[in-house]
Design a protein around this ligand. Structure first.
Ligand SMILES: NC(=O)c1ccc[n+]([C@@H]2O[C@H](COP(=O)([O-])OP(=O)(O)OC[C@H]3O[C@@H](n4cnc5c(N)ncnc54)[C@H](OP(=O)(O)O)[C@@H]3O)[C@@H](O)[C@H]2O)c1
Length: 337
């Protein structure tokens, strides 16, 4: 074979290489455009669709109810307090209805289900949004007592499971959606206490449920917000709880951390929360709305720049990366080895 024919073969290989990469690029673009189009499709007859939301006194739940009400959904809002129901009714239209609901009480859940049955009639329940949650207490694991874990797990995990199991027949009737609010802390365990455990629990409960009931046309979506400015991230109660946990420690445990540890911990936490917490709650409610109104809702929604750029990518990294990152950020106890 002479040099010219070798050059000829190389250049034809290069040409077919370019062609292949153009074709792959075009296919990728086409796939993306189809995905965008499919993602933008919406279900019809919104005015006939009932959505039950838990934890509507404040935060994401409250904003979601107001937005769904404006869009014409039939909103059934579960609030923990009378004040929550009154405040919400004052700013919404005549179709939004409220009920008192404590997701830690079986009796309260069953009452809410009976009331919802009457409201929705034969239509069934199009959407169930498990939003109610609490974050306290959060702090170093060793500072917790078992009841500190229970208090969070009862609302965030058992509450979600019990509410879902009781409302499921109504959702099945409408071939609707269950939308569970987890957190980026259900992907990355960055804090001691019941919160991360509860949100990991919500993630796995939702995954199991989705796989088990998709045969009946029910979709299960998980919302994973980053850090947002709501009661859950409010610094005063978080710091009050840290002081309470510290004060219940034995003198030996306190000595092992050293007297300056609590102050340093609080300062670092303030710094992180102030840097991360986003005040635009609509980034989360947009995801919830999409889960309820899109023809093809997504399985997972990550809301907020910190979720997209930091927490979710971190969750795919080897555990040692996160261990090192947290070690660099958090203070060292006085008697660490
Ligand atoms: N904010 C964030 O950065 C963030 C990030 C990730 C995930 N989340 C999750 O988002 C959800 C909503 O929280 P949020 O940030 O909007 O905070 P929020 O304003 O405190 O909303 C939580 C709501 O749940 C209610 N609630 C608490 N215990 C309840 C119970 N036993 N039964 C029924 N309702 C109860 C609260 O009522 P009261 O106010 O009367 O106590 C409140 O209305 C929670 O599941 C939370 O874990 C929040």
């Amino acid at each position: 074979m002479d040099t010219e024919s070798i050059y000829g073969q190389i250049s034809s290989l290069q040409k077919s290489g370019y062609l292949c990469s153009y074709a792959a690029g075009a296919l990728l673009l086409l796939w993306f455009l189809i995905w965008l189009y499919r993602d933008s499709l919406e279900v019809g007859s919104i005015q006939e669709k009932y959505v039950f939301v838990t934890g509507c006194d404040s935060g994401f739940g409250n904003l979601l109810c107001r937005r769904l009400d404006r869009r014409g959904f039939r909103v059934l809002a579960g609030c923990l307090t009378e004040k929550g129901t009154d405040d919400l009714k004052r700013v919404t239209g005549p179709y939004l209805k409220t009920i008192l609901l404590d997701v830690t009480s079986t009796e309260s859940i069953q009452k809410a289900v009976e009331w919802t049955k009457k409201e929705v009639g034969d239509r069934g329940l199009w959407g169930l949004v498990n939003n109610a949650g609490r974050s306290l207490p959060m702090g170093p694991s060793e500072w917790m007592r078992i009841e500190d874990f229970h208090s969070t797990l009862r609302v965030n995990m058992f509450g979600v499971i019990e509410v879902t199991m009781n409302f499921l027949p109504l959702v099945k009737k409408a071939q609707g959606r269950v939308v569970n609010v987890a957190s980026v802390l259900g992907r990355v365990a960055a804090n001691g206490g019941g919160y991360c455990i509860s949100k990991f629990g919500v993630e796995s409960f939702s995954d199991c449920l989705r796989r088990d009931i998709h045969y009946f046309g029910i979709k299960v979506c998980i919302i994973e917000p980053g850090f947002f400015k709501t009661h859950v991230t409010s610094l005063d109660p978080i710091e009050r709880e840290l002081h309470r946990l510290w004060n219940q420690l034995s003198p030996e445990v306190q000595a092992s951390y050293g007297e300056k540890y609590l102050d340093k911990y609080i300062k670092i936490q303030r710094l992180i929360m102030n840097a991360l917490c986003d005040s635009d709650l609509s980034k989360v409610t947009n995801c919830m709305e999409h889960a309820l109104s899109a023809t093809y809702p997504r399985t997972r929604y990550s809301a907020g720049w910190d979720a997209k750029l930091a927490w979710i990518p971190l969750s795919y990294m080897p555990t040692c990366v996160l261990d090192i990152a947290l070690k660099l950020v958090l203070p060292r106890p006085a008697k660490s080895v």
